[in-house]
Design a protein around this ligand. Structure first.
Ligand code: 5GP
Ligand code: MN
Length: 320
Protein backbone atom coordinates (compact mmCIF):
# COMPACT_ATOMS: atom_id res chain seq x y z
CA UNK A 1 0.00 0.00 0.00
CA UNK A 2 1.12 3.52 -0.72
CA UNK A 3 0.14 6.67 1.15
CA UNK A 4 0.60 9.90 -0.78
CA UNK A 5 0.38 13.49 0.27
CA UNK A 6 0.73 16.87 -1.43
CA UNK A 7 3.60 19.04 -2.68
CA UNK A 8 5.16 21.22 0.03
CA UNK A 9 3.90 18.78 2.66
CA UNK A 10 2.87 20.42 5.90
CA UNK A 11 2.29 19.12 9.43
CA UNK A 12 -1.11 17.73 8.54
CA UNK A 13 0.08 16.02 5.34
CA UNK A 14 2.99 14.30 7.09
CA UNK A 15 1.23 13.72 10.42
CA UNK A 16 -1.85 12.08 8.91
CA UNK A 17 0.31 9.94 6.57
CA UNK A 18 2.57 8.60 9.34
CA UNK A 19 -0.33 7.82 11.69
CA UNK A 20 -2.32 6.06 8.96
CA UNK A 21 0.76 4.09 7.82
CA UNK A 22 1.33 2.92 11.39
CA UNK A 23 -2.27 1.74 11.69
CA UNK A 24 -2.10 -0.19 8.40
CA UNK A 25 1.28 -1.73 9.26
CA UNK A 26 -0.08 -3.03 12.54
CA UNK A 27 -2.90 -4.60 10.54
CA UNK A 28 -0.22 -6.50 8.61
CA UNK A 29 0.14 -4.40 5.47
CA UNK A 30 3.29 -3.31 3.71
CA UNK A 31 3.11 0.48 3.56
CA UNK A 32 5.25 3.19 1.94
CA UNK A 33 4.54 6.90 2.51
CA UNK A 34 5.52 9.22 -0.37
CA UNK A 35 5.56 13.01 -0.68
CA UNK A 36 6.53 14.95 -3.84
CA UNK A 37 9.20 17.13 -2.17
CA UNK A 38 10.86 17.72 1.21
CA UNK A 39 8.79 18.70 4.24
CA UNK A 40 9.91 21.79 6.23
CA UNK A 41 12.84 21.33 8.63
CA UNK A 42 10.75 22.07 11.74
CA UNK A 43 9.04 18.69 11.21
CA UNK A 44 12.33 16.72 11.08
CA UNK A 45 11.92 15.63 14.72
CA UNK A 46 8.70 13.66 14.07
CA UNK A 47 9.06 9.94 14.79
CA UNK A 48 8.85 7.96 11.55
CA UNK A 49 9.39 10.93 9.23
CA UNK A 50 12.73 9.47 8.11
CA UNK A 51 10.85 6.59 6.45
CA UNK A 52 8.79 8.94 4.28
CA UNK A 53 10.06 8.68 0.68
CA UNK A 54 10.65 12.03 -1.02
CA UNK A 55 9.89 11.62 -4.72
CA UNK A 56 12.19 14.44 -5.82
CA UNK A 57 15.26 12.94 -4.14
CA UNK A 58 14.39 9.24 -4.52
CA UNK A 59 12.30 8.97 -7.70
CA UNK A 60 13.15 5.29 -8.33
CA UNK A 61 12.14 4.18 -4.86
CA UNK A 62 8.90 6.14 -5.13
CA UNK A 63 8.19 4.74 -8.62
CA UNK A 64 8.78 1.13 -7.50
CA UNK A 65 6.44 1.51 -4.52
CA UNK A 66 3.69 3.07 -6.63
CA UNK A 67 4.01 0.44 -9.37
CA UNK A 68 3.70 -2.39 -6.81
CA UNK A 69 0.82 -0.87 -4.86
CA UNK A 70 -2.60 -2.55 -4.70
CA UNK A 71 -4.08 0.37 -2.81
CA UNK A 72 -3.09 4.05 -3.04
CA UNK A 73 -4.28 6.31 -0.24
CA UNK A 74 -4.39 10.01 -1.12
CA UNK A 75 -4.23 12.10 2.04
CA UNK A 76 -4.76 15.84 2.51
CA UNK A 77 -5.19 16.87 -1.15
CA UNK A 78 -8.09 16.89 -3.59
CA UNK A 79 -6.51 16.67 -7.04
CA UNK A 80 -3.58 14.81 -8.60
CA UNK A 81 -2.40 18.21 -9.88
CA UNK A 82 -1.27 18.90 -6.29
CA UNK A 83 1.36 16.15 -6.72
CA UNK A 84 3.33 17.76 -9.59
CA UNK A 85 5.23 15.09 -11.57
CA UNK A 86 4.37 12.38 -9.04
CA UNK A 87 0.78 12.69 -10.35
CA UNK A 88 1.69 11.08 -13.72
CA UNK A 89 3.18 8.07 -11.95
CA UNK A 90 -0.04 7.56 -10.00
CA UNK A 91 -2.12 7.89 -13.13
CA UNK A 92 0.06 5.17 -14.74
CA UNK A 93 -0.94 2.60 -12.10
CA UNK A 94 -4.43 1.92 -13.37
CA UNK A 95 -5.10 -1.24 -11.33
CA UNK A 96 -4.58 -0.01 -7.76
CA UNK A 97 -7.66 1.06 -5.83
CA UNK A 98 -7.56 4.74 -4.95
CA UNK A 99 -8.82 5.93 -1.61
CA UNK A 100 -9.16 9.62 -0.75
CA UNK A 101 -8.96 10.86 2.84
CA UNK A 102 -9.14 14.64 2.70
CA UNK A 103 -10.73 17.87 3.92
CA UNK A 104 -10.29 20.14 0.87
CA UNK A 105 -13.20 21.48 -1.15
CA UNK A 106 -14.20 20.04 -4.54
CA UNK A 107 -12.25 16.77 -5.00
CA UNK A 108 -11.67 16.62 -8.73
CA UNK A 109 -10.84 13.03 -9.70
CA UNK A 110 -12.59 9.71 -9.43
CA UNK A 111 -11.65 7.65 -6.38
CA UNK A 112 -12.79 4.12 -5.58
CA UNK A 113 -13.48 5.12 -1.99
CA UNK A 114 -13.77 8.70 -0.76
CA UNK A 115 -13.59 10.12 2.74
CA UNK A 116 -14.01 13.73 1.64
CA UNK A 117 -14.93 16.02 4.53
CA UNK A 118 -14.32 19.72 3.78
CA UNK A 119 -15.96 20.59 7.10
CA UNK A 120 -13.20 18.75 9.02
CA UNK A 121 -10.43 20.91 10.44
CA UNK A 122 -7.62 18.56 9.37
CA UNK A 123 -6.89 15.27 7.62
CA UNK A 124 -5.25 14.09 10.84
CA UNK A 125 -8.63 14.38 12.55
CA UNK A 126 -10.20 12.28 9.75
CA UNK A 127 -7.46 9.66 10.13
CA UNK A 128 -8.11 9.65 13.87
CA UNK A 129 -11.82 9.04 13.22
CA UNK A 130 -11.01 6.16 10.87
CA UNK A 131 -8.59 4.57 13.35
CA UNK A 132 -11.18 4.97 16.11
CA UNK A 133 -13.91 3.42 13.96
CA UNK A 134 -11.83 0.46 12.74
CA UNK A 135 -9.50 -0.37 15.65
CA UNK A 136 -10.90 1.64 18.57
CA UNK A 137 -9.60 4.71 20.43
CA UNK A 138 -7.59 2.48 22.76
CA UNK A 139 -5.48 1.27 19.81
CA UNK A 140 -3.90 4.72 19.36
CA UNK A 141 -0.21 4.72 20.32
CA UNK A 142 1.75 7.70 21.63
CA UNK A 143 3.67 7.75 18.34
CA UNK A 144 0.45 8.03 16.34
CA UNK A 145 -0.99 10.53 18.81
CA UNK A 146 2.04 12.80 18.50
CA UNK A 147 1.95 13.05 14.71
CA UNK A 148 -1.84 13.43 14.55
CA UNK A 149 -1.62 16.16 17.19
CA UNK A 150 0.83 18.00 14.95
CA UNK A 151 -1.64 17.86 12.05
CA UNK A 152 -4.60 19.00 14.13
CA UNK A 153 -2.57 21.80 15.72
CA UNK A 154 -0.99 23.18 12.55
CA UNK A 155 -4.11 23.03 10.34
CA UNK A 156 -6.17 24.94 12.91
CA UNK A 157 -3.51 27.61 13.52
CA UNK A 158 -2.89 26.17 16.96
CA UNK A 159 -6.61 25.65 17.58
CA UNK A 160 -7.67 29.13 16.61
CA UNK A 161 -8.96 29.59 13.08
CA UNK A 162 -10.61 26.45 11.79
CA UNK A 163 -13.86 24.77 12.61
CA UNK A 164 -13.28 23.62 16.17
CA UNK A 165 -15.91 21.08 17.11
CA UNK A 166 -16.57 19.39 20.44
CA UNK A 167 -15.65 16.11 18.74
CA UNK A 168 -12.21 17.46 17.81
CA UNK A 169 -11.61 18.08 21.51
CA UNK A 170 -12.80 14.54 22.29
CA UNK A 171 -10.20 13.25 19.83
CA UNK A 172 -7.57 15.51 21.40
CA UNK A 173 -8.47 14.12 24.82
CA UNK A 174 -7.72 10.61 23.54
CA UNK A 175 -4.39 11.78 22.08
CA UNK A 176 -3.47 13.54 25.33
CA UNK A 177 -4.37 10.34 27.20
CA UNK A 178 -1.53 8.47 25.48
CA UNK A 179 0.92 10.63 27.47
CA UNK A 180 2.30 12.79 24.65
CA UNK A 181 4.21 15.92 25.70
CA UNK A 182 2.04 18.69 24.24
CA UNK A 183 4.20 21.70 25.27
CA UNK A 184 7.21 19.93 23.74
CA UNK A 185 5.33 19.28 20.48
CA UNK A 186 4.33 22.95 20.39
CA UNK A 187 7.94 24.02 20.94
CA UNK A 188 9.26 21.63 18.29
CA UNK A 189 6.91 23.05 15.66
CA UNK A 190 6.57 26.75 16.51
CA UNK A 191 9.79 27.63 18.34
CA UNK A 192 12.41 25.85 16.26
CA UNK A 193 13.05 28.33 13.49
CA UNK A 194 16.36 29.85 12.40
CA UNK A 195 17.66 33.33 13.15
CA UNK A 196 17.35 34.10 9.42
CA UNK A 197 13.64 33.35 9.56
CA UNK A 198 13.08 35.75 12.46
CA UNK A 199 14.93 38.51 10.62
CA UNK A 200 13.19 37.79 7.31
CA UNK A 201 9.84 38.02 9.12
CA UNK A 202 10.73 41.43 10.55
CA UNK A 203 11.83 42.60 7.10
CA UNK A 204 8.67 41.29 5.41
CA UNK A 205 6.31 42.97 7.88
CA UNK A 206 8.23 46.21 8.20
CA UNK A 207 9.35 46.78 4.62
CA UNK A 208 7.15 44.66 2.38
CA UNK A 209 3.63 44.66 3.83
CA UNK A 210 1.33 46.80 1.69
CA UNK A 211 -2.26 47.63 2.50
CA UNK A 212 -5.21 48.06 0.15
CA UNK A 213 -8.81 49.13 0.61
CA UNK A 214 -8.38 51.25 3.74
CA UNK A 215 -6.22 48.69 5.49
CA UNK A 216 -8.60 45.75 5.12
CA UNK A 217 -6.48 43.82 2.59
CA UNK A 218 -2.72 43.27 2.98
CA UNK A 219 -0.06 41.63 0.86
CA UNK A 220 3.66 40.93 1.06
CA UNK A 221 6.09 39.70 -1.56
CA UNK A 222 9.48 38.03 -1.25
CA UNK A 223 11.87 37.62 -4.16
CA UNK A 224 14.55 34.94 -4.34
CA UNK A 225 17.20 37.63 -3.82
CA UNK A 226 15.52 38.87 -0.64
CA UNK A 227 15.19 35.34 0.71
CA UNK A 228 18.86 34.57 -0.01
CA UNK A 229 19.81 37.66 1.99
CA UNK A 230 18.26 35.98 5.04
CA UNK A 231 19.70 32.46 4.39
CA UNK A 232 16.26 31.19 3.42
CA UNK A 233 15.40 27.52 3.99
CA UNK A 234 12.19 25.88 2.88
CA UNK A 235 9.59 26.45 5.59
CA UNK A 236 11.02 29.80 6.72
CA UNK A 237 8.08 31.80 5.35
CA UNK A 238 5.53 29.50 6.99
CA UNK A 239 2.93 31.52 8.89
CA UNK A 240 3.97 34.97 7.58
CA UNK A 241 0.69 35.30 5.69
CA UNK A 242 -1.32 34.94 8.91
CA UNK A 243 0.29 37.90 10.63
CA UNK A 244 -1.51 40.78 8.85
CA UNK A 245 -4.77 39.29 10.12
CA UNK A 246 -3.68 40.25 13.66
CA UNK A 247 -4.60 43.82 12.63
CA UNK A 248 -8.13 44.42 13.85
CA UNK A 249 -10.01 45.34 10.68
CA UNK A 250 -8.03 43.11 8.28
CA UNK A 251 -10.20 40.85 6.11
CA UNK A 252 -7.74 39.27 3.71
CA UNK A 253 -4.00 38.68 3.50
CA UNK A 254 -1.73 37.42 0.73
CA UNK A 255 1.93 36.58 0.32
CA UNK A 256 3.83 36.05 -2.93
CA UNK A 257 6.94 33.90 -2.70
CA UNK A 258 9.22 33.68 -5.72
CA UNK A 259 10.36 30.21 -6.80
CA UNK A 260 12.53 29.24 -9.77
CA UNK A 261 9.69 28.77 -12.26
CA UNK A 262 6.70 30.47 -10.68
CA UNK A 263 5.45 32.56 -7.77
CA UNK A 264 3.64 30.73 -4.99
CA UNK A 265 0.58 32.59 -3.73
CA UNK A 266 -0.77 32.05 -0.22
CA UNK A 267 -4.06 33.57 0.90
CA UNK A 268 -5.81 33.89 4.26
CA UNK A 269 -9.06 35.59 5.22
CA UNK A 270 -11.41 36.23 8.06
CA UNK A 271 -15.12 35.45 8.13
CA UNK A 272 -17.13 35.60 4.94
CA UNK A 273 -14.25 36.46 2.58
CA UNK A 274 -13.79 33.34 0.42
CA UNK A 275 -10.13 32.92 -0.54
CA UNK A 276 -10.82 29.45 -1.99
CA UNK A 277 -12.93 31.25 -4.61
CA UNK A 278 -10.29 33.98 -5.02
CA UNK A 279 -7.45 31.47 -5.50
CA UNK A 280 -9.46 29.46 -8.04
CA UNK A 281 -10.53 32.51 -10.03
CA UNK A 282 -7.26 34.40 -10.20
CA UNK A 283 -4.36 32.07 -9.33
CA UNK A 284 -5.18 28.56 -10.61
CA UNK A 285 -5.49 27.28 -7.06
CA UNK A 286 -7.89 26.53 -4.26
CA UNK A 287 -7.93 25.20 -0.71
CA UNK A 288 -10.32 26.19 2.03
CA UNK A 289 -12.70 29.10 2.61
CA UNK A 290 -10.26 30.99 4.88
CA UNK A 291 -6.91 29.50 3.75
CA UNK A 292 -6.02 28.87 0.14
CA UNK A 293 -3.15 29.06 -2.32
CA UNK A 294 -2.22 29.06 -5.96
CA UNK A 295 0.48 29.91 -8.47
CA UNK A 296 1.42 32.79 -10.74
CA UNK A 297 3.57 32.37 -13.86
CA UNK A 298 4.29 36.05 -14.53
CA UNK A 299 6.83 38.44 -12.91
CA UNK A 300 6.47 39.66 -9.34
CA UNK A 301 5.43 43.15 -10.52
CA UNK A 302 2.79 41.69 -12.79
CA UNK A 303 1.60 39.27 -10.10
CA UNK A 304 1.12 42.18 -7.70
CA UNK A 305 -0.68 44.25 -10.36
CA UNK A 306 -2.98 41.31 -11.09
CA UNK A 307 -3.63 40.81 -7.39
CA UNK A 308 -4.54 44.46 -6.89
CA UNK A 309 -6.91 44.35 -9.88
CA UNK A 310 -8.42 41.09 -8.63
CA UNK A 311 -9.04 42.60 -5.18
CA UNK A 312 -10.83 45.54 -6.81
CA UNK A 313 -12.98 43.19 -8.88
CA UNK A 314 -13.73 41.07 -5.81
CA UNK A 315 -14.66 44.23 -3.88
CA UNK A 316 -16.99 45.44 -6.66
CA UNK A 317 -18.88 42.19 -6.24
CA UNK A 318 -19.06 42.76 -2.50
CA UNK A 319 -16.85 39.73 -1.83
CA UNK A 320 -14.22 41.52 0.25
P1 5GP B 1 -0.65 27.43 2.13
O1 5GP B 1 -0.93 28.88 1.94
O2 5GP B 1 -0.47 27.08 3.57
O3 5GP B 1 0.42 26.90 1.23
O4 5GP B 1 -1.97 26.67 1.66
C1 5GP B 1 -3.20 26.95 2.24
C2 5GP B 1 -4.23 25.99 1.70
O5 5GP B 1 -4.39 26.17 0.30
C3 5GP B 1 -3.87 24.53 1.88
O6 5GP B 1 -5.02 23.86 2.32
C4 5GP B 1 -3.45 24.05 0.53
O7 5GP B 1 -3.81 22.74 0.33
C5 5GP B 1 -4.19 24.98 -0.42
N1 5GP B 1 -3.32 25.26 -1.57
C6 5GP B 1 -2.10 25.83 -1.54
N2 5GP B 1 -1.58 25.93 -2.77
C7 5GP B 1 -2.49 25.41 -3.62
C8 5GP B 1 -2.54 25.20 -5.05
O8 5GP B 1 -1.61 25.54 -5.80
N3 5GP B 1 -3.66 24.62 -5.54
C9 5GP B 1 -4.70 24.25 -4.74
N4 5GP B 1 -5.77 23.70 -5.33
N5 5GP B 1 -4.69 24.41 -3.42
C10 5GP B 1 -3.60 24.98 -2.85
MN1 MN C 1 -4.71 19.60 5.83
Amino acid sequence: MVILSHTNPDGDAVGSSIAWAEALRRAGHDVVCIVPNKYPYYLDWMTGIGDVVIHRTEPDRAAAAVAEADVIFCLDFHSLSRLDSLGDMIAANTTAKRVLIDHHLNPSEAFDVMFSHPEASSTSYLVYKLIEAVWGAESVTAKQAEVMYVGMMTDTGNFSFSTLTPDLYRALAVLAGTGIDIPQIHNNVYNSFTEGRARLFGYAINRKMKMLRKGTVAYMSLTEEEMRRFWFQQGDSEGFVNYPLTVKKMRMSAIFIEHKDFIRVSLRSRGAVDVNLFAGRYFEGGGHHNAAGGKSFVSMEETIARFEAAVEEFAREGLV
